[in-house]
Design a protein around this ligand. Structure first.
Ligand code: HOZ
Length: 426
């Protein structure tokens, strides 16, 4: 680990914490982050030459695996013609058409450069459309680092134990109402108190930033019902779940259609991207048609579109998603079997190609409080043991895991053998 250690020392001098996104810093699990330099299929190699089976997949986007030859070919071909024009390009029309075809709620879509931009813009649009200010978010859900949405957020804010966020004025979060995820009664109560002032409810339909927690039956339906009753908009943040929990995203899987949808990650196939869309009458509130302003120099750039389109073709091909889901089940069930054999309490969740490992016997895990009560020390020991065994899991107990189309039988078996050895020594 010589070179990775040296690079981290240099990085710490030049970049706050040595990282460009907090969860990467290994603060939750201890130790130092690893620098990587190459990926192929289900594997990636660190700068010291060690190989790992990867279950982070760049935090979700790499559903086709690392350096998928077709994705790389399309990126190279497109890049050769120029990286960005700051004008409309044909590939963004193709992307918009592809998204509207596969995502049930989309009639129109706007492309941006990150999931954070997508949620921030969707919120502004919802407020502009309804003429109301209040928004409802769920505890432990994370919607990027949007000021108004950092209240009781998951992901890095949770891992680092940041209760609020310095720099976010109280006035900015004054209209953010937070409710426990998967708590239907709390939603009802919140709407009874504030219903006619609420512009929107924003939710990760499968929570993926408090580990992986699917919705309980009736939860998403309840959100749809209260929004319909009060003329609030329902926003699904599918940045993580988009093309990850189903070929029609979470809204297709659970049969609940939001008014607005935020996307990112898989849609860019590993290039920076975000998107938000929904019903035409709402989307036409955006400038230049309507008055809600939103813009971006690199939005819809052709190279990102090429990577995203090639990736979406792979995951929406007939049978592809079903195969990916089966592989994920084999990984998750296999790890659980080995934990049981070793006598270690482990509960698992799975939604499509996303999964969660919880060191607890309090099953099923459906609530934020249960997630926070898990045995973090055992998770951290397991994480490091897996790392030694050549398996890269997310370096925090509050992040979901991801499987790709490239995870074949060999990679899965390597993972399960590694888990058996890791459980023997945690
Ligand atoms: N927000 C991401 C996890 N939910 C982490 C992104 C990163 O560190 O790259």
């Amino acid at each position: 680990m010589q070179r990775t250690h040296q690079l981290f020392q240099q990085a710490r001098e030049l970049i706050p914490g040595g990282v460009n996104s907090p969860v990467r810093a290994f603060k939750g699990v201890g130790g130092e982050p690893i620098f990587f330099e190459r990926g192929e299929g289900p594997y990636m190699w660190d700068v010291d030459g060690k190989r790992y089976v990867d279950y982070v997949c760049s935090w979700g986007p790499l559903v086709a695996g690392h350096a998928d030859p077709e994705v790389i070919r399309r990126v190279q071909e497109t890049a050769a013609n120029g990286l960005s024009f700051g004008t409309p390009v044909e590939l963004e029309v193709e992307m918009a058409r592809t998204l509207c075809q596969h995502v049930p709620s989309l009639e129109m879509v706007r492309l941006v450069n990150s999931g954070t931009e997508a949620t921030m813009s969707a919120l502004r649009l919802a407020r502009g459309f309804t003429g109301r200010d209040k928004i409802v978010k769920f505890q432990g859900n994370y919607h990027g680092h949007v000021d108004a949405l950092l209240a009781q957020a998951g992901s890095g804010a949770l891992t680092l134990g940041v209760p609020g966020c310095p720099g976010v004025p109280e006035s900015v979060v004054a209209d953010t109402l937070t409710v426990p995820f998967n708590d239907i009664d709390a939603v009802e109560q919140c709407f009874n108190e504030h219903g006619n002032q609420i512009a929107a409810v924003i939710v990760e339909p499968v929570a993926g930033n408090m580990n992986c927690v699917p919705p309980v039956p009736g939860f998403l339906e309840k959100l749809r019902e209260v929004c319909d009753r009060t003329d609030a908009l329902l926003i699904f943040d599918e940045v993580m779940t988009g093309f990850r929990v189903g070929p029609q995203c979470a809204q297709g899987r659970y049969g609940v259609t939001p008014d607005l949808t935020c996307l990112g990650k898989v849609v860019g196939g590993g290039m920076p991207v975000g998107a938000f869309g929904g019903r035409r009458e709402i989307m036409e509130g955006l400038a230049p048609v309507g008055g809600v302003y939103q813009a971006g120099t690199l939005s819809g750039n052709p190279v990102t579109m090429a990577a995203g389109l090639a990736t979406l073709e792979r995951i929406t091909a007939p049978g592809a998603f079903e195969g990916l889901e089966q592989t994920t089940t084999r990984v998750v069930d296999g790890i659980k079997e080995r934990a049981d054999k070793a006598g270690i309490p482990l509960t698992t969740n799975q939604a499509g190609s996303m999964f969660g490992l919880f060191f607890t016997d309090d099953a099923p895990v459906t609530r934020f409080e249960q997630v926070k009560a898990c045995d973090l020390d055992t998770f951290n020991r397991f994480f490091h043991a897996m790392l030694e065994e050549g398996v890269y899991l997310a370096p925090a107990a509050f992040e979901a895991g991801f499987v790709s189309l490239a995870h074949d039988e060999t990679a899965v078996q390597e993972t399960l053998d590694a888990a058996e050895r890791a459980f023997a020594r945690v």
